[in-house]
Structure formats: C-alpha cells, structure tokens
Design a protein around this ligand. Sequence first.
Ligand code: SAH
Ligand code: F3S
Length: 438
Amino acid sequence: MAKKYFIETFGCQMNELDSEKIAGNLQNAGMEPARDAAGADVIILNTCSVREKAVQKVYGRLGEIKGWKTSRQDLIIGVAGCMAQLEGNRLLKKAPFVDVLAGPQKGHVMSSLVARAQETRTPAVDLRMDDDPEPLETSFVLRESRWRAGITISEGCDRNCSFCVVPFTRGRQRDRESGNIIREAADLAGQGYIELVLLGQTVNAYRDPSPAGLTFAGLLRNLASVPGLSRIRFTAPHPNYFDDELLDVVASCPQVCNHVHLPVQSGSDRILRAMRRGYTRKKYLETVHKIRRSGRAIAVSTDIIVGFPGETAADFGDTLHLLDEVQYDCVFSFKYSPRPGTAALMLSDDVTHEEKGERLMRLQEQQKLIQFNKNAAFLGQRVEVLAEGGARANYRLSGRMSNNRIVNFDGPDSLLGSIVSVEVTGFSPNSLKGAWIG
Ligand code: SAH
Ligand code: F3S
C-alpha cells in the first residue's frame, strides 16, 4: 500500500507554495495524501521563523505529535522550512524524535530524505544552502487550488534589514530565468488557472539571469499577455525598487491586480535607519503618492513592526501619523521579535513587552477605523470577485476583488473558480458582504 503523507504549513505564501512543491515531490515518489496528520505515515511541518512565536508554535505542535511514535513506530516526522534552517541541530537536540530536517528549498529532495530516514533510522538532514539556481525549477507542483497558482520568481534576499532572519534562512537572492517563468505561467493558464501570484522575498528586485534580461516590470508585462490569465499579483515588493516602469505596468495592465503591498515597517526616520530599510519616510511617501495618482484605483497595504529597540513614543507617533496620511487599505502589524543572528539583536531593547503590546493595540484600533471607512465606500457598488470557498458568517462563498478585498456572498458551487459580479450589501473593517448578480 502506498505510504500516506500530510503537510502542515506555517507562515507566508511562499511557504504555502513550498509545501505544494514538497507534496509534488512525495507524490512523484508514489506517496498519497492523507486526510489528516493522524492518518499519515509521514508528517512534514513546513515552518516559519520570522518571529519567535512562529517557532514556539512548531515546538508546541511537535510536542503534540511526539507521542504518536510510541504506537506507530514507522511514523516519519519531518521539519522543513525556515525554522529547520535556523534551528538546525538545536532542533534535533530539543526534539530527537524528528526524522527529517530540511531547509526551505528542499522540496525536490524530500522523498529521498524520507526514504533515507526510513532506511537508516537516523535523522536525514539537508540544510545546505544552494547557490545553484537549478533547484528553483520544480518538476511537479501539486497545487491546492485549481484556479490560483503561486509561482516562484526569485528565492532569498540580498537586503539586510536589521530585524529580519530571512536572508539567513533563505540565503542570497537567486532569480529564475524569465523564459521558464513565462512557460510555467502559460502552462498553468492552459490548465485553466486564471490567477497567478508571483513570489519573491523582494519580488521587484528581480533580475533576469537569461539573455532576455527582463526587468521585473518587463516580466509582468510579458505575463499579462499570456492568454487566459485574468489576474496577476505579486508579493512582496520593496519600496526602493518600486520604479516608474513598474508603476506604469500596474497602472496600465488590467490583468495586473490593482493592489500593491508595500511594507513600510515604521513611520519614523530614526527607526527606519536603525532597521536599515534604505529609505526615508519622505521617499516612501513619494512612492505611495505616485501609486495613488496613477489614474487607476490601486489599493495599498503594508507591514508594520511596533516596539523596535529604541522606538520612543514620538517614533511610534510618527507611525500612527503615517497610517493617517496613507490611509492603507490593509495593514499587517507585529510586535518586534528579537531573532538570532540579526543585527538588531545587538541593540538594547528598552521598549517593554507591555509597551509593545499597547502600541500594537493602539495601531490596530486606529487602522480598524480607517478600513471601516474605506470599506463603507464600496456599499452599493457592483464588484468583480474570484469565487472561492471558505466564506465566513453564514455565507457560502467568498472571494477577492482585484484590489484584494474579501467579499462574502451566497451563490451556487458552480461559481467556484470563476470571476463573478457581486453587489456589495454590507461591510466591516476586514471584509465586504454582497449578493451575487446572477
Ligand atoms: N520581504 C518579505 C518579508 C518577510 S517577513 C515578504 O515577503 O514580505 C514579513 C514581515 O514580517 C515583514 O515585513 C515584517 O513586518 C515582519 N517581521 C520580520 N521580521 C520581524 C521581527 N523580527 N519581528 C517582528 N516582525 C518581523
Ligand atoms: Fe527581510 Fe528586509 Fe529582505 S524584511 S526578506 S531582509 S527586504
């Protein structure tokens, strides 16, 4: 009987895609998906290490499944992804029952690591950082969705924000050749996929290594002309590489979604410098204003860290003020979490835990009001959404508008995976409610 696997994914969209690559590799080796972890012969936790909390979550989960090995001696437990890379042998010391330890770009060797662990009954470890771009090409990705697909365009990050562990876990930036990306996109469109999400840690720092030498904007423009693709998203761009050419593509290509996620992290120049973000508040705001003046209604969202070491009440006030000024459509906000190996670890952190929590709450309260008002403006409008499952609050379907807003609505399952018209009948800070216009 074929062995069954189950993958649990923690963290970002890139990890979701990495899990699909791992699934593809295990499937190619003759394994089958299990319905749940309890029914699996191989459990892979694909992990995140961007904040301490994410790491604790995985240790918690490992604690839960550890006991399963007493009754199921052949059970293989694997830890993959950024936390595996960062923790390394420390993880094997803390959790000696783990059989496979693999870094973030090891989907293509996962089945052989599992086989090795089964044979040798000792942990199979692969934490080598590949500088060779070859592993960026994946032979088979087993995708969760039949209409939306993530595509890796680059791996790693060459920046060194002082709080961030990603350059250590995912390594230096490596880019795929544009021809391979465009071929994969066309292939996905041929299979019926209508929405693509281009993924890279600093996605707009993309440099085409092939003779075509496309810029990120050029790549987007090429992908927009692939027949059948209705929507193209990308995440996450860095403000410093958001140039006029990219703005022009977003403003002029209807296939490119009218949403830009532009992480700012802080509204204070002092803190931005300490974070080594490479831009000032003024420079960032210029980019946002250009986006807003582009002639297309482009939603802008961001990431913010509160309580960075040395952040004073005045610095935090600058961040609150920035939110008022930009009027973001959505904000992901986090308490600063010290990470091993990062430069910020050397700074003395004088913002208490309570203060960080309080600032986070204040920021989220303020942003809630902004989003409430912004969403109110959609009431009565007719909008286009890509219908998917997983709706909230008694609705059957849910979907995203091109600008990334979530709309919950009722309609038959036959709508799943197509772009449909919905009239907005209600709103909250985080989503809209609507009625399908049949
Ligand atoms: N360029 C990446 C960033 C990855 S980390 C991307 O794809 O978005 C995602 C977000 O986590 C960052 O933008 C930052 O806001 C937050 N983050 C990163 N390191 C953090 C830390 N040490 N503490 C708190 N939040 C952090
Ligand atoms: Fe991290 Fe900064 Fe790169 S947030 S992923 S080091 S751009």
